[in-house]
Design a protein around this ligand. Structure first.
Ligand SMILES: [Fe+2]
Length: 285
């Protein structure tokens, strides 16, 4: 049997994974072992610290379920989600931002110009946008997947007082790439702090606030899917997002608007807020 020593351990572990067939997966596992071992070596990780790290992961698993991923939140507060987003950016395309833990597939399809306000309290917002390629050509086959929180700061999954699928929908853009929907102004909110990620934020004296935002996924055949957020420039928390999701290009004005014809056409109050959102998608690699 080979004698495992401090000097040959890391290479021995790496070679134990050398028969992975998928080249990319083999590379990822190799580098994971490399950096994990380097982390433990650099920090002189103790048994107690290693056990606490394992217990932390256990607590994250125990509090996670189909509608809550503590691991996604952990990735978010460590900045890993934003790092992956930023590395995926393409010149000329709209910037991405974190998916967050409250997206689920299968939101109801609604017609362009739908009104999601229904019984929701809050300031009415008309969100308008146009989906194009990076040269400005409209993408008539694009779809929008939209979700946000209610005026009390909560998403419908967290709040028994909201009907299922409140303030979320999917929309097909029109032939010129335009879409519009009426909704309410989103609110800043606290990321969940009752799990181990909350422990990490507290011990770090960090805030758990996220600035008010809309979540949007834009997809079009032949183009890179865009997962992004639109932030309210009047919200002071844009300066200090707990999950590092803010990009200057995604911070938009919520402009007070009075437009009788539009208000009548979409069933809006006479005075509403308008947010314009041009979206450019890069071609799929
Ligand atoms: Fe969110």
């Amino acid at each position: 049997m080979k004698n495992i020593t401090r000097s040959n351990l890391t290479d021995t572990v790496k070679s134990s994974f050398s028969n992975i067939d998928d080249e990319r997966l083999k590379h990822l596992v190799n580098r994971l072992v490399h950096h994990l071992h380097a982390f433990a070596t650099e920090t002189k990780l103790t048994h107690d610290e290693w056990r606490e790290g394992i217990a932390f992961m256990h607590r994250a698993a125990e509090i996670s379920d189909a509608s809550r991923s503590e691991f996604t939140l952990m990735s978010d507060v460590l900045g890993l989600s934003s790092l992956v987003d930023l590395m995926a950016a393409r010149p000329g395309a709209t910037e991405g931002s974190v998916l967050g833990p409250f997206h689920t597939r299968g939101s109801p399809w609604v017609g362009n110009g739908a009104n999601l306000v229904r019984d929701n309290a809050g300031e009415v917002v008309l969100l308008q946008g146009r989906v194009t390629d990076i040269e400005g050509k409209p993408l008539a086959n694009a779809t929008i997947d939209f979700w946000q929180n209610a005026d009390n700061g909560m998403y419908w999954q967290m709040d028994d007082s909201q009907p299922q699928d409140n303030l979320r929908c999917q929309i097909k853009v029109d032939a010129d790439g335009h879409f519009e929907l009426a909704t309410i102004r989103p609110r800043p909110y606290l990321v969940p702090t009752d799990g181990p990620v909350g422990e990490l934020l507290r011990v770090s004296h960090r805030d758990a606030w996220r600035p008010a935002h809309f979540h949007i996924i834009v997809e079009a055949p032949g183009y890179r899917s865009l997962i992004t957020e639109v932030f309210d420039d009047a919200d002071p928390w844009v300066e200090k997002d707990a999950v590092f999701g803010v990009r200057a290009s995604l911070v938009r004005p919520f402009t007070p608007t009075t437009d009788e014809a539009t208000a009548k056409r979409l069933g809006l109050p006479a005075h509403y807020l308008k947010v314009d959102l041009p979206i450019a998608l890069a071609r799929a690699d």
